[in-house]
Each structure stands twice: as structure tokens, then as C-alpha cells.
Design a binder for this molecule. Structure first.
Ligand code: ZN
Length: 203
């Protein structure tokens, strides 16, 4: 399976990163070894001094699809959760300055903690889905999928031009503003609407 992650997909986050709004969806991949499930802890790696959280709505693909049109995109995902696109921000800056790829700052072991999936059929409007992330009990990120620059269906259409989507593939849809650093013993808790879906510690 593959994990596709959309970058710079919320205006305020692009602003806080000092980046222009993209004119087409920008994405990168994470390895399957980046996944952490069942609220297991994330261990801070020794190769970075600046590990950041990015809370994102994650789609689970349920059907094989190539060059899917936006009109039919809703048939290709059946469940949603909150995932954390954990990023080594210092390495990301270094890689970007050198024009080198992002894998070591975005796809290292444990860089994709995933919450429990909620069936799309049990959620309200997927295109205006509220979510938030709390760090040590304080809300640090809060948004809704209505604020996405490229919405869910546009993402599926774009990505599937390049990659065949397969059952079980995951799409991280981008993070809203409020990204920030993680320290040892921080506690992250994420919600979709009022439902807690992810709850884990940094070690
Ligand atoms: Zn991200």
C-alpha cells in the first residue's frame, strides 16, 4: 500500500510556512513503515531537533481507480480518520535548500500515526468535516475540510492521474495552520467532530 500526502492545502498553513498557495495539488509519499496504529507512542528520532506535528484528515481508499473523475471520486473512499504527518522541520528546510527529496524528513519510521477510521456513511457532510488536535489539553489546530484549497474529490482526481489508487491506500489531505514542535512526554489527542479518534504520547 502507499500513503499519499498533500502539502500546503490550507491557506493559513501556507502563510505560516511562508509559501505561496499552490496552483495545483502538491503531494509526496510516505512509506508503509511510517505508520503507527492503536495509539502507540511516537519515539523522537535522534536525527532531528525539530519534530513537528501536522494533524490531517486521512482518507482510506476502498476501490481500484485510475484517472478517476472528481464527479465519481466519492466512490473511491469509504472511511476517514485523523492522522499526524510528523515532520522533521530542520531536515525539511535543509533538504529543500539543497533541492533534495523529502523522504528523510517526512517518511521516517513512525512519522504517520493514524487514528481509528470512521465510516464515511456515519459522518455528516464530508466536505465540511470539523476536526481538531489538542496538545497537552490545549487546542493547537482546528479546521474543517471546507477550508481545503483542493477538496477531497479534486485530490482523488489529481492523484489518480499519476498513481493507480488501490484498496487500503491512504491519502493525508493536508494540515491547517497551528503546526508546532513536539517534546518528550507531550500528549496528542485528535477529534473528528466530537469523536476522539487518536490519543497518544511522545516518548
Ligand atoms: Zn502535512
Amino acid at each position: 500500500m502507499k500513503i499519499i500526502c498533500i502539502g500546503l492545502n490550507y491557506r493559513k498553513h501556507a502563510e505560516e510556512m511562508g509559501k505561496p498557495f499552490p496552483d495545483e495539488p502538491m503531494f509526496f509519499l510516505k512509506a508503509d513503515s511510517s505508520i503507527i496504529k492503536n495509539n502507540k507512542p511516537f519515539f523522537l528520532p535522534d536525527f532531528s531537533d525539530e519534530i513537528h506535528y501536522e494533524a490531517e484528515i486521512v482518507l482510506r481508499i476502498c476501490k481500484l481507480g485510475k484517472s478517476v473523475s472528481a464527479k465519481f471520486a466519492h466512490r473511491y473512499y469509504d472511511a476517514v480518520t485523523l492522522g499526524i504527518d510528523i515532520t522533521a522541520r530542520d531536515l525539511q528546510r535543509r533538504q529543500s535548500e539543497r533541492g533534495h527529496p523529502w523522504e528523510i524528513c517526512k517518511s521516517f519510521d513512525g512519522s504517520a500515526p493514524l487514528g481509528r477510521f470512521l465510516p464515511v456513511s456515519e459522518l455528516g457532510n464530508i466536505h465540511d468535516l470539523p476536526f481538531r488536535l489538542e496538545k497537552n489539553g490545549e487546542v493547537v489546530q482546528q479546521s474543517t475540510t471546507a477550508d481545503l484549497i483542493f477538496g477531497i474529490d479534486a485530490i482523488i482526481a489529481w492523484v489518480s492521474r499519476f498513481f493507480t489508487l488501490k484498496t487500503g491506500d491512504l491519502i493525508f489531505t493536508g494540515t491547517p495552520s497551528g503546526v508546532g514542535p513536539l517534546r518528550k512526554d507531550d500528549h496528542l489527542k485528535g477529534f473528528i467532530g466530537d469523536q476522539p479518534v487518536i490519543d497518544f504520547y511522545i516518548r
